[in-house]
Design a protein around this ligand. Structure first.
Ligand code: ZN
Length: 314
């Protein structure tokens, strides 16, 4: 699974990957969101959030709280079809904010299609967000409930755009699958990743990590919510069709602890644990969250209420 540390072409690789996470080519506009205002910043904030931020709009920012009851069932939403080629997996690296598993996206080999998507999207990378403790860590919430971690599988629209960097700037450029992690049973698929983490403890370390099928990290239930949103890290562009899986996957405490052993800092710097690497919730504004499933429990409750109302009718 894991081989020696790569040295050839690493500088170029970092440049490419960093540009994907911190592209400055965003039309300038002051950020009006509370999380971006200087009064909310402090020295403890990760460097990612300390420089002035510009975003292109501010009407479809992520993450959001998904209010189960307010989500609208859309029967037109198709099942999401996922087809990943394990051989496209390239490496795993610590970018100083999360750890990323990157894929060869030069051809349509690891793709998703269907669901809310008009086109086929190619897998670029996946990463996680997590908390210092189990009480929080996910970016999205469901009925204001946080999960201890959240997986993001990032795909781009290679049908319409020639490069990932161009897709990042466009409204239909990206599709991200979000999966909540909850505390429970040991996760065998995740353990392969966890075993690789000690080798990328410090910022800017990367190792080869080939032949991995990330579909092992997806829950069996096909149900999802979907909404139009943004990246949750700079440049925060409003380019993401979010597909949030309803069912979380279970991981055990040791696996979450292994995430928390990673460092935000480079070798030689004062160590800062990689924890709480999530963006705060953003306002829903004028958006609707659609669901691919009907809300069974609520329908049951309403049916019971309706029965009861009929019984007490004179
Ligand atoms: Zn993310």
């Amino acid at each position: 699974m894991m081989n020696s540390i790569k040295t050839n072409g690493l500088g170029r690789l970092f440049k490419q990957l960093k540009s994907a996470w911190s592209s400055p080519a965003v039309p300038a506009r002051s950020c009006s969101l509370a999380t971006c205002t200087p009064k909310n910043r402090n020295d403890a904030l990760h460097p990612l959030w300390q420089s002035p931020l510009t975003i292109p709009g501010g009407t479809r920012q992520s993450p959001i709280n998904i209010q189960w009851r307010d989500s609208v069932y859309d029967p037109v939403l198709k099942p999401l079809k996922i087809s990943y080629d394990p051989a496209t997996c390239l490496h795993i690296w610590n970018n100083g904010y999360s750890f990323l598993v990157e894929f060869d996206d030069s051809a349509d080999r690891s793709i998703i299609v269907g669901g809310p998507l008009e086109n086929q999207y190619r897998l670029k990378q996946f990463h996680f967000h997590w908390g210092a403790i189990n009480e929080w860590g996910s970016e999205h919430t469901v009925d204001s409930k946080f999960y201890p971690a959240e997986l993001h599988l990032v795909h781009w629209n290679a049908v319409v755009y020639p490069t990932f960097e161009e897709a990042v700037m466009e409204g239909d450029g990206l599709a991200v699958i979000g999966v909540f992690l909850k505390l429970g049973a040991h996760h065998e698929g995740l353990q392969t990743l966890v075993d690789a983490l000690p080798a990328i403890k410090h910022k800017d370390t990367v190792i080869e990590f080939d032949v991995f099928d990330p579909s092992c990290l997806l829950p069996p239930c096909p149900d999802y919510w979907t909404y139009a949103g943004s990246l949750t890290t700079p440049p925060l562009t409003e380019s993401v069709t979010w597909i949030i899986k309803k069912q979380p996957i279970e991981v055990d405490e040791n696996q979450l602890e292994a995430f928390r052993m990673l460092l935000f800092t480079s070798d030689g710097e004062e160590e800062k644990r990689m924890v709480d690497n999530f963006r705060p919730l953003q306002p829903l504004m004028n958006r609707t969250v659609r669901s691919s499933f009907q809300i069974r429990q609520l329908l049951d409750i309403e049916a019971q209420y309706s029965d009861h109302a009929q019984q007490i009718r004179p």
